[in-house]
Design a protein around this ligand. Structure first.
Ligand code: DX5
Ligand code: ZN
Length: 221
């Protein structure tokens, strides 16, 4: 869809003691979105952060705040994230809330609605929602932790989503999340947005963000 990737560093790998500065630093060095991984210790084993953090980040950045809800009951918290200033809210199809209600609440609140699925979930599970989401997030690791290895067997989902989008005139962006780095980005060329946590925050921010942004052009030329 786009000529170069949008890059969404995941703050899961940032230094939480200076989170505002970390977000300002990635903005300065060319990030497009800020990916916020919300985990409830139930849908996934890990526990991370909630809407108050999004609220605190809102005044320090003009970047798109891209919230990935890895929680069992997203519907309960959508309003909180909307009020906190989230621009995109993505829910897992495996969560226990009514998915259509979640997506409608997100859209009604003025944000972009996203749908995502675990690596073990078939793409068929999200097909009923593809006509009205603005984002589809393809997980290339099991949700729960940063720093895991990219699952190449999930790439086929990206290709399928590109095909479904063009066949049906759907409007979603395709975002890839998990294990994206300089070696794996070549497998994501059909996507539009790359999430990268450890690759950005454990390296020089500018070099890693630049590398990812330009990866699509490099491969196509
Ligand atoms: C995993 C999260 C990812 C993760 C990405 O549950 O959704 O966003 O933080 O981290 P890396 O890029 O280190 O795999
Ligand atoms: Zn994520």
């Amino acid at each position: 869809m786009n000529d170069s990737f949008l890059v969404a560093p995941s703050i899961l790998s940032a230094d939480f003691a200076k989170l505002g500065q970390e977000v300002m630093a990635i903005e300065k060095h060319g990030a497009d979105w800020v990916h916020v991984d919300v985990m409830d210790g139930h849908f996934v084993p890990n526990l991370t952060l909630g809407a108050p953090i999004v609220k605190s980040l809102r005044p320090v950045t003009s970047l798109t705040l891209d919230v990935h809800l890895m929680i069992s009951h997203p519907h309960k918290y959508i309003d909180d994230f909307l009020k906190a200033g989230a621009d995109i809210i993505t829910v897992h199809v495996e969560s226990e809330s009514n998915i259509k209600d979640c997506l409608e609440a997100i859209i009604a609140g003025g944000a972009k609605a996203g749908i995502t699925l675990r690596p073990g979930t078939s793409l068929d599970a999200i097909k009923p929602y593809l006509s009205f989401v603005g984002l589809v997030l393809v997980m290339t690791v099991e949700p729960g932790f940063g720093g895991q290895s990219f699952m190449s067997d999930q790439v086929e989902k990206i290709n399928q989503l590109v095909k479904l989008r063009s066949e049906n005139n759907y409007n979603y962006l395709i975002e890839v999340d998990g294990g994206v780095n300089a070696s794996t980005v070549s497998q994501c060329l059909q996507a539009d947005v790359l999430v990268a946590g450890s690759y950005v925050f454990k390296n020089d921010y500018k070099t890693s963000i630049d590398f990812l942004k330009k990866a699509k052009n490099n491969e196509n030329n």
